[in-house]
Design a protein around this ligand. Structure first.
Ligand code: CTP
Ligand code: CA
Length: 224
């Protein structure tokens, strides 16, 4: 099938979605990761496609099938994710759901780190590029930029700060102090410059459907 040529409120739109964790190698056999399952991001990509959008999903390593009618690009690291995102632009909207590893190893270890009399190794980390911020303040910024904020405390303050810092239009704030990471349901608050909207706890698929409709409405409002 030719993707994104159907009917629906997002027909003719190209939307970019990031999903899943990233894996940052420590050495050839080990990596830094996080508990993201990719379920929420993949569900959002599928919901956007059902509304008629041509969707490019840039996914870190997940144990999920590629969503139907979505063009999926598989990556491992944050830097690969950024490159794939930039290669997929331009887009009408971008939704950054991935739980990108904040740090990676400085340099790369060509060989497996061995135990030895010196004791455990110190891992020297450097910060990864902020993919959302790079796109949100960049020259090829989509008309609508949506981020997620996974927080365990000070949810709304942190989400509002991320909205500004990253040049986003909307932050979907997510309390991850409970069982959200890898779980089936999600309680989110939508933080924009217009204020905060609280959604009831619902399955990740329902969050995805509602967010996709919200994105269609907000995109229509941009007039682009
Ligand atoms: N994000 C990104 N690239 C990164 C880090 C985060 O694109 N290197 C995006 C995430 O996909 C999400 C948003 O930024 O949409 C917020 O991610 P989060 O981890 O909550 O924010 P950070 O800026 O990394 O701040 P911290 O983890 O310290 O709270
Ligand atoms: Ca982070």
């Amino acid at each position: 099938a030719i993707l994104g040529t159907g009917a629906g409120p997002l027909a003719g739109r190209h939307i970019l979605v990031t999903s899943g964790p990233t894996h940052e190698p420590i050495d050839p056999v080990r990596y830094i990761a996080n508990r993201s399952s990719g379920r929420q991001g993949h569900a959002i990509a599928a919901s956007l496609a059902r509304l008629g959008a041509r969707v490019t999903l840039v996914s870190g390593p997940v144990a999920l099938a590629d969503p139907p009618d979505v063009s999926t690009v598989h990556v491992e690291t944050a830097r690969e994710m950024l490159a794939a995102v930039e290669a997929a632009l331009p887009a009408d909207a971008a939704v950054f759901v991935a739980a990108v590893a904040d740090w990676r190893m400085e340099g790369d270890a060509a060989h497996k780190i061995k135990k030895g009399p010196e004791g455990p190794p110190s891992l020297h980390l450097v910060e990864n590029p902020d993919i959302l911020r790079t796109v949100g303040i960049g020259p090829r910024r989509p008309a609508l930029v949506v981020g997620f904020a996974a927080e365990t405390r000070d949810l709304l303050e942190n989400a509002a700060a991320k909205l500004e810092r990253k040049g986003a239009d909307l932050i979907v704030a997510n309390d991850v102090s409970g069982d959200v990471m890898g779980g089936e349901a999600n309680t989110v608050r939508l933080v924009s410059r217009d204020g905060v909207e609280e959604w009831p706890r619902m399955p990740k698929g329902a969050v995805a459907d509602r967010l996709a409709l919200d994105i269609a409405r907000r995109l229509a409002e941009t007039g682009r």
